[in-house]
Ligand binder design. Structure first.
Ligand code: DLL
Length: 439
């Protein structure tokens, strides 16, 4: 390459909205919320019918708090109107379509105008910048390209920031490693469990992941814990930051985390209005700090305005820090549809991940297997031992983990410590729960 310059000298200005005060943000939110409600009501018959049936009208919104009188939108609404029934613009104005396959039922289809794509890239770029990625850096993108929003969403974000993007996509782990060695990227974008897969595969090849050029990883698309952050940071000698998003609301980039603070992801509130619902009573909107289900309303989207969309992700809202006008979300502790109810006790895979990583002989590769022998639900935690753990370490580890789960989660379960490399590896979003109760 000819003439390399000092990359730190490249301009990297914040968007004006990133530094706005809370009052300024809320004033923008109110204006945009009114516009969005009118757009949905006027252009999407499904919204009109729903609002007429509920006896509400966009003009009923006088202040931000009035949002709570409007009905929710669910994934099911998008399924019912499959494929394009909730689009608010004619098809020729839709510049791109993505879809999420979901595990059950029809795919949900989402669309973007050119302006939507532009906003998406801008917000994704804000996230990467906040996570320490700089213009001029090389960015290895291992989110899957295609209908999934991860690949193309992260790609556009990295391009917008002014980085050199390596559009590797997910899978082909050996090739990922070759490119990381040869192209020497500064940052990697992928799911946390896929970064673990890459790190493991490097170690198997006799490479130390700490020797790569990587400085930052921006990880999301699935729940992960502080313990997993620590694991990956130690393994690669990097800073690992969170990025959050979902296709129905936009894709990756709805919220992003600061490299310096690592204190949760800032939601870009000039484009989205978040709410937290009581997980047991959906009519109750909870105050900041309280834990419940995250709900989003888009404020600028043209092709697919989405009002009070129930994410089923469980978290809480906290005041902004690195970007004080924009609130942060805590880690997603689980999805309400990923919750296992085991003999009356609720538990999430992330709770088990947290406990497994407290036991030194156990690795972060685990699965939860549910069965129902004799009509009694049973949970087995299958977890790989670390390669250097002795037989004695393993025996103790199983007992320790069972005890930790009993104390912290409140249920008994079987622990099956298996050899390294025996559980299926993640290539993107990892499936952790295997429910064999009805098979
Ligand atoms: O996963 C978008 C995305 C791609 C986000 C790449 C970040 C990075 P969906 O396939 O529609 O979109 O899945 C959305 O994934 O409701 C959460 O349950 C989960 N999720 C996404 N980001 C995070 C995160 C993309 N940072 C669903 N932490 C969401 C925890 C996450 N869960």
């Amino acid at each position: 390459m000819s003439q390399n310059i000092d990359r730190d000298s490249l301009p990297n200005p914040l968007d004006a909205e990133e530094t706005m005060s809370r009052d300024q943000i809320e004033s923008i939110q109110l204006t945009r919320l009114k516009e969005t409600l009118h757009l949905a009501y006027d252009k999407v018959p499904y919204y009109k019918e729903k609002y007429d049936a509920a006896g509400v009208h966009p003009n009923d919104l006088k202040e931000l708090d009035d949002l709570k009188i409007f009905p929710f939108t669910e994934k099911e609404d998008l399924r019912k109107t499959y494929p394009f029934g909730m689009f608010a613009v004619p098809q020729h104005e839709v510049a791109r379509i993505h879809a999420s396959s979901g595990t059950t039922g029809r795919a949900t289809v989402v669309g973007y105008t050119q302006q939507d794509l532009d906003d998406w890239a801008k917000l994704g770029a804000r996230c990467l910048r906040l996570s320490g990625v700089k213009p001029g850096w090389k960015v290895h993108n291992a989110y899957g390209y295609g209908l999934f929003t991860g690949g193309m969403g992260a790609h556009a974000a990295a391009e917008r920031l002014g980085t050199t993007v390596i559009p590797m996509s997910g899978g082909q782990t050996e090739k990922q490693i070759t490119l990381i060695k040869d192209f020497a990227p500064d940052a990697i974008l992928c799911t946390p469990t896929y970064l673990l897969t890459i790190g493991d595969a490097m170690q198997r090849q006799g490479l130390d992941p700490r020797d790569t050029s990587l400085k930052v990883a921006v990880l999301g698309a699935e729940p992960w814990t502080e313990e997993m952050r620590h694991e990956l940071e130690e393994m690669f000698g990097i800073d690992a930051c969170d990025i959050y998003g979902l296709s129905e609301v936009m894709g990756p980039g709805v919220a992003g985390e600061s490299r310096e603070r690592k204190d949760g992801s800032h939601i870009w509130e000039d484009h989205f209005r978040p709410e937290i619902l009581d997980a047991y009573d959906e009519t109750k909107v909870l105050p900041d700090g309280e834990h419940g289900e995250l709900v989003f309303t888009s404020l600028t989207k043209q092709a697919l305005p989405i009002i009070r969309y129930r994410t089923h992700d469980l978290t809480r809202l906290m005041p902004g820090t690195a970007r004080p006008g924009h609130r942060r979300m805590g880690r997603i502790t689980g999805r309400s549809d990923d919750m296992i109810i085991l003999r009356g006790v609720n538990l999430f895979p992330s709770q088990i991940e947290e406990l497994i990583l407290k036991v030194p002989a156990l690795s972060a590769h685990f699965q939860l297997v549910l069965t129902r022998p004799d009509r009694m639900d049973q949970l087995a935690v299958k977890v790989e031992r670390r390669p250097d753990a002795s037989a004695e370490d393993v025996a103790n580890a199983a007992k320790t983990l069972a005890k930790l789960i009993k104390i912290h989660v409140g249920s008994s379960c079987a622990i099956d410590v298996v050899d390294p490399e025996t559980l299926e590896r993640s290539m993107g979003k990892l499936k952790r729960i295997f429910d064999l109760r009805n098979s």
